[in-house]
Design a protein. Sequence first.
Lengths: 112, 113
Amino acid sequence: DVKVTQSSRYLVKRTGEKVFLECVQDMDHENMFWYRQDPGLGLRLIYFSYDVKMKEKGDIPEGYSVSREKKERFSLILESASTNQTSMYLCASSKRRHNEQFFGPGTRLTVL
Amino acid sequence: AQSVAQPEDQVNVAEGNPLTVKCTYSVSGNPYLFWYVQYPNRGLQFLLKYITGDNLVKGSYGFEAEFNKSQTSFHLKKPSALVSDSALYFCAVRDYGNNRLAFGKGNQVVVIP
């Protein structure tokens, strides 16, 4: 079974802090994705990566950056957390072609 | 750009009755279509997908979905709902040649005992 793990299930940070969310997958997938999930808005794509050191902006990249130094790991960075970044963050991975994405359990981030 | 519409916020169904969750899509080329389920405080779990071939796709937990190109729909169905099917269901679509999925807003399914 594909396993996608995220570093924290719950995280509480203060406004202005730098926040790192880590995601690791163990199935040698080329593609990795970061989404945020908010009630009534569904899943919105923040960034994705289709190879090591490659990244592309999704629909809502403002306020976020990413890093992919190794194939199995994709990090989401909030340079200066704000209260409107309080959300559920979901990481996913997939093989290169038209395959389904596999999701991690999510990190519920609260910014105070 | 591709998009998905899930017109109902919540679907209520009695246990044992048929369950249908609706999805319509918009893409510029041939669609790749997916259904996912999310239980409380969990990530999304893959249920089934349509890539090509038979319009009726069977997936996990007794779910199936029917691809209808003329109506641009991909409705999720289950013949007999269980209380344990109560969850949030997401439809997603992907354009050919594109690694990105566009998700609908999700449907909350409530199965009443």
